[in-house]
Design a protein around this ligand. Structure first.
Ligand code: FAD
Length: 532
């Protein structure tokens, strides 16, 4: 359930957030809807709003609270292991950050949109993909064979810089030779790190991250920012810096001066995925982002709508009090189970379970990055520059925008579809997370739209507006944990990662950063423990 604000905007001229040429933009009436997943329910929890007495009691063996990738992995794995008595409580947003929306027949992501093909280390992801029929052959080999419909096809990425599109996201054209040499040095160094292991044979940067080496010489990389590490290692190329900063903003929601060097390097050095029928480092994607995966993982699971307000241990196991908003009015029910898997974000869990043993929210709760995802339904494709074909991911050499992804990219019909959806991503990394949340809370639909469309304005100018039929904006105020310097030493997270007992935890937050492989790892682990 989410609060929705829908408005018709007549937007002509500049907004405070637009850049340069935006002053000359003329927007037609744009039908813009804004959704805030989890906001109403979150405020119920935060404000301890009164709730009626429970109207029913549900009994199950294992209850999973949260239907994001972590909770879904737990449900999928338990089902596979033969657990039939398991109940998944969706929480305020089914599929969490992997949720999608739909404009008629056109699906679009409102969060996660791709999954890198997993290496052997990420065996849990391979197992999921194999079970769901996405890996067609040899799931345990170095190079499994994937269903080609989901392998991202060319052109994958392009970058708009100084008025010209170029292939790939790292600036290459009109870049001084000395900078290009530095780019090469950086990637050679990443290759070395990718193969580096500690004395026990553990990789320095593994995915899932919990399999990474804990040796002190690597841990110290977590004490500095990625920017500092680059400077210490004599990387000064402005184009390389722009690219690496972009990668941090895109993966972690913050600028590289606020991201742990360990996390910055992990992004480049952890993944070893290969496919028999694709280049190394290929990606999987769907028009609706990762929602089709989420839905397939949930197939056959028992689900119930609702949001947990409290989760307590009892002599028999656990008891969760949940509520649902029915016509805006709260209704409550109790779930009693032998075990619970708490698969909600930790900032929510901290209000639902008081206290969490070993985890002090004041000290251990990771700061979270707010994100905006704006989906533009286009009645026609905008005009591209000559010799610059639209790619799947289209990025502009500026910040804080993260560019836009084309939802119909994998459509392999001979002629392009008439309509499409462009998904613009924006982590509000130009503000502190607190200031960004404050702004998101009060911003009008028009202001949100202006912020989300800066890159599209730069790419297409005012003519873009005439292509737009509708816009759907998703505001994720607490979208993902930020791996700030020191995050690997968070004792509270370590405690939750090792916890066993009637209440288990599973969420990407346990890793301190948010990607599919990490979220599903904790769900997989929790499923095995819940079956004991
Ligand atoms: C904009 C954006 C883009 C992203 N893109 C990618 C990408 O392309 N690839 C990638 O790998 N990762 C991406 N991510 C990271 C993504 O967060 C993870 O891949 C993954 O989906 C996280 O899953 P999760 O289960 O840990 O958490 P969440 O997705 O946060 O799920 C939490 C669940 O808990 C539920 N919940 C909340 N409160 C309660 C409560 N009180 N009671 C019960 N349930 C509750 C929610 O309804 C939700 O179902 C992106 C994230 C964002 C925000």
């Amino acid at each position: 359930m989410s609060f929705s604000r829908r408005s018709f905007l007549l937007w002509a001229g500049a907004t405070g957030l637009s850049v340069g040429s935006a002053a000359y933009w003329r927007w037609h009436e744009l039908n813009t809807g804004v959704t805030y997943p989890g906001r109403t329910e979150g405020h119920f929890l935060r404000d301890h709003q009164p709730l009626p007495a429970p109207s029913k009691i549900l009994q199950t063996d294992v209850v999973i609270l949260g239907s994001g990738i972590a909770g879904l992995t737990a449900a999928w794995k338990m089902k596979k292991l033969g657990q039939r008595d398991c109940l998944l409580i969706d929480g305020p947003q089914p599929w969490g950050n992997a949720a999608a929306g739909q404009f008629g027949e056109l699906a679009y992501p409102t969060g996660a949109h791709y999954l890198p093909v997993p290496g052997k280390e990420a065996f849990h992801v391979r197992e999921i993909l194999s079970d769901l029929g996405i890996i067609l052959r040899n799931p345990d080999s170095e190079r499994p064979y994937y269903d080609e419909r989901y392998l991202l096809h060319a052109p994958e990425e392009r970058l708009l810089r100084a008025g010209k599109w170029q292939e790939g996201l790292l600036p290459q054209e009109d870049v001084p030779a000395a900078e290009l040499l530095e780019h090469q040095r950086f990637f050679r160094e990443m290759d070395v790190w990718r193969g580096r292991r500690d004395v026990h044979g553990k990789r320095v940067f593994a995915i899932p991250s919990v399999l990474s080496s804990d040796a002190p010489e690597w841990r110290q990389l977590d004490q500095l920012s990625f920017l500092t590490w680059l400077e210490q290692n004599n990387y000064h190329s402005p184009t390389l810096h722009w690219y690496l900063n972009y990668c941090c903003r895109d993966d972690y929601g913050r600028r590289y001066d606020q991201i742990s060097a360990w996390a910055g390097l992990h992004y480049f050095c952890s993944r070893l995925g290969k496919a028999e029928n694709a280049e190394s480092g290929a990606w999987l994607t769907w028009p609706g982002g990762l929602q089709p995966l989420a839905q397939a993982m949930a197939a056959g699971s028992q689900r119930h709508s609702g949001t947990a307000v409290s989760l307590k241990k009892t002599p028999q196991g656990v008891e969760a009090l949940c509520f649902e908003l029915v016509n805006g009015q709260p209704q409550t029910f109790l779930v009693r189970a032998r075990k619970a898997i708490c698969a909600m974000p930790l900032h929510v869990a901290a209000r639902v379970i008081e206290p969490i043993p070993g985890f002090d929210p004041a000290q251990h709760l990771p700061s979270s990055a707010p994100w905006l995802v704006a989906n533009f339904l286009l009645r026609q494709f905008p005009q591209e520059l000559p010799l610059a074909p639209l790619a799947w991911d289209n990025v502009v050499y500026q910040e804080p925008g993260l560019g836009y992804v084309v939802s119909t990219h994998q459509d392999i019909r001979v002629a392009p579809p008439e309509k499409t959806v462009f998904t613009a991503y924006l982590a509000l990394s130009d503000k502190t997370p607190q200031a960004a949340r404050h702004w998101l809370e009060s911003a009008s639909a028009q202001e949100l739209l202006a912020a989300a469309s800066v890159d599209l304005q730069t790419a297409y100018g005012w003519k873009f507006a005439s292509c737009v039929e509708r816009v759907d904006i998703t505001v994720r105020a607490h979208a993902m944990a930020i791996p700030a310097p020191g995050f690997r030493s968070n004792a509270g997270l370590q405690c939750l990662r090792e916890l066993d007992g009637p209440i288990l935890f599973a969420h990407a937050d346990l890793s301190g950063f948010s990607v599919f492989e990490e979220a599903s790892w904790w769900g997989y682990r929790a499923a095995l423990l819940a079956m004991k």
